[in-house]
Design a binder for this molecule. Structure first.
Ligand SMILES: [Zn+2]
Length: 137
């Protein structure tokens, strides 16, 4: 899947992809946890497993040094999932730890796979990483 640069970014920012998540996919470090959150959602749409892996904190339960099988899991998930919408409800940006509460509207085949999560991010060497999340209502 490709996203044309002038299309609206699928992360819900209402900006063009080229002025939004593409910048981060191309290598710029997100300044905020919310930017990282959005760019990870868009990376799943693009099936960009490398981006997901490089923005995941070591403490995450999926984290492993054997990236081949991890990559396969991400790719399978992306292949089976339609990413319909991302809504961000609340962001608490801290200096080294941030939280982003969001709802991801997803479909897998005919099944609704949507969920609401409060994600935790940590900053390491001036870079944000996704650590984990708790499901909420
Ligand atoms: Zn975006």
């Amino acid at each position: 899947m490709k996203i044309p640069p002038n299309n609206e970014c699928p992360c819900g920012s209402l900006k063009k992809y080229k002025k939004c998540c593409k910048v981060f996919h191309d290598g710029v470090n997100p300044k905020t946890a919310e930017q990282l959150m959005r760019s990870r959602f868009t990376a799943y749409i693009l099936n960009d497993a490398n981006y997901i892996i490089k923005t995941t904190h070591k403490e995450n339960q999926d984290y492993t040094l054997s990236t081949e099988s991890w990559k396969k899991d991400i790719t399978n998930f992306s292949d089976y999932t339609d990413f319909i919408k991302l809504e961000i409800f609340e962001t608490i940006e801290g200096k080294d730890e941030s939280f982003v509460k969001f709802r991801a509207t997803l479909k897998q085949g005919n099944l609704d796979a949507s969920f609401t999560e409060n994600s935790r991010f940590l900053k390491v060497n001036n870079k944000w990483f996704y650590v984990d999340g708790t499901f909420t209502e």
